[in-house]
Design a protein around this ligand. Structure first.
Ligand SMILES: C[S@@+](CC[C@H](N)C(=O)[O-])C[C@H]1O[C@@H](n2cnc3c(N)ncnc32)[C@H](O)[C@@H]1O
Length: 410
């Protein structure tokens, strides 16, 4: 059998597509280090936030506003006991600056049992993370591709992803978000943030701008960059997440503005004088084209003739809806007897996708290997005689919910 039949297709495609890996290797350092030296808006990694310059990747107040606080609100709203063990995964977490800050902030609020995992495929970033977090602060990390997740479905309580979606072309963005959805347990939370555009028209301009500049930095063609880096708009992400089944709890534009300048590119990449000159030219060209159209693309020039793109970021706080739509279950009609009972087997098959002989083990305490989730519910008969078991219509939703929850949290 040929190699094509042995390898799975996505793996082959992935092997051919080393764009992001190469791209990350051309970046001078890991992201949390940007902004530590240069302190001006024109430096890479400095943003203006509430009137002041901040280190865009590591500022704790900024992280708290868009990640920790919304996560805490969610945990409190769902009445999650702070002592419960929870799994938090940062998708494309880089050198771990977001996840480490987050875990500290959640710990300060007594959520002490959150396991953190960073999934990223750039070794350089993970090595930086290994140096930064040792001993008690240790956070798990996996070097893997987030389009081919190495983790189980329905296993994550909290997901985060910051500045990652633009690392994918349009089609892969859908796969990326679907993977996160699948990895989450139902009713769990996902916070994301990305350098976004206000609308699809602006996405095209941003994508074109970065395709041209990154082509110079990486030596790739601008077409190849554009295929692999799409600066998606709020509206496009909104459509994808809704189609996948997420519920948007909160969303908008972040209040920090990142200044993108040619000088910033010189901070981020090792460039020759020739490359620097080419990048300056691209800034000049875009500035000439858009200086009078800031509604289309926001660019300004300061008194020192430095040209800036004002890069906004979008955020979304999402919830994975319950796997089961309980309203639908309530509306589902069974053959009830005159006392409102239905055969247990019909409920098991249509709502739990299990035969009565298996689902009935959860309905009483006859089988020691299974919890009794039918306690207090109106169920006639027991699993020793599952063919004759019946459940009252008022208790179907409760029973189904308990079994689903138990299975998910196992
Ligand atoms: C701009 S950095 C952001 C890092 C981190 N999320 C933060 O906000 O500090 C983007 C990260 O996404 C990672 N990344 C991009 N595509 C990826 C993929 N397909 N699988 C795993 N990681 C990926 C890169 O390696 C890089 O570390």
């Amino acid at each position: 059998m040929g190699l094509f039949f042995i390898l799975n297709l996505s793996y082959i495609l992935h092997m051919e597509n080393n764009f992001t890996k190469n791209f990350e290797n051309t970046v001078k350092t890991s992201y949390s280090e940007f902004g530590k030296e240069g302190k001006e808006l024109k430096n890479w990694g400095i943003a203006k936030y509430k009137g002041k310059p901040i280190e865009f990747y590591s500022d704790p107040t900024f992280i708290k506003e868009y990640f920790s606080d919304p996560i805490l609100d969610h945990l409190k709203e769902k009445k999650i006991d702070p002592s419960k063990t929870l799994e938090l995964v940062d998708f494309g977490g880089g050198d771990g600056v977001l996840i480490s800050t987050l875990l500290k902030q959640l710990k300060d609020e007594d959520y002490n049992n959150i396991h953190g995992l960073n999934i990223d495929y750039t070794l350089k970033n993970l090595e930086k993370m290994k140096q930064s977090f040792t001993g008690e602060d240790k956070i798990n990390m996996v070097q893997a591709d987030i389009t081919e997740l190495p983790i189980k479905n329905n296993s994550v309580d909290i997901a985060t992803s910051r500045h990652v979606i633009q690392y994918f072309g349009k089609k892969d963005q859908i796969q990326f978000l679907r993977n996160i959805f699948d990895s989450l347990k139902s009713e769990s939370f996902f916070a994301m943030k990305w350098p976004g555009a206000n609308n699809p028209e602006q996405s095209q301009i941003l994508t074109d701008f970065y395709a041209k500049t990154f082509a110079i930095c990486t030596g790739e063609s601008s077409e190849k960059v554009a295929e692999n880096k799409y600066f998606t708009s709020y509206q496009e992400v909104e459509k994808i997440v809704k189609d996948i089944g997420f519920k948007i709890i909160n969303s908008g534009k972040c209040s920090a503005e990142l200044g993108i300048t040619a000088e910033g590119f010189f901070d981020r990449f090792n460039l020759t004088d020739e490359q620097k000159k080419d990048i300056k030219n691209i800034f000049e060209n875009f500035y000439e084209q858009y200086k009078d159209h800031s509604d289309v693309f926001e660019m300004t020039k300061d008194e020192n003739d430095t040209i800036y793109i004002i890069q906004h970021h979008n955020y979304m706080h999402l919830e994975k809806g319950p796997k089961f739509n309980f309203v639908e279950i309530e509306e589902k009609q069974f053959n009830y007897d005159d006392q409102g009972f239905v055969e247990f087997g019909s409920v098991a098959m249509s709502l739990l996708e299990q035969q009565a002989q298996y689902a009935s083990r959860y309905a009483d305490d006859l089988d020691n290997d299974y919890p009794n989730l039918g306690e207090g519910l109106n169920i006639k008969g027991g699993c020793d005689n599952y063919r004759d078991m019946k459940i009252h219509k008022d208790d179907i939703v409760e029973f189904v919910k308990k079994v689903r929850e138990y299975k998910e949290n196992r």
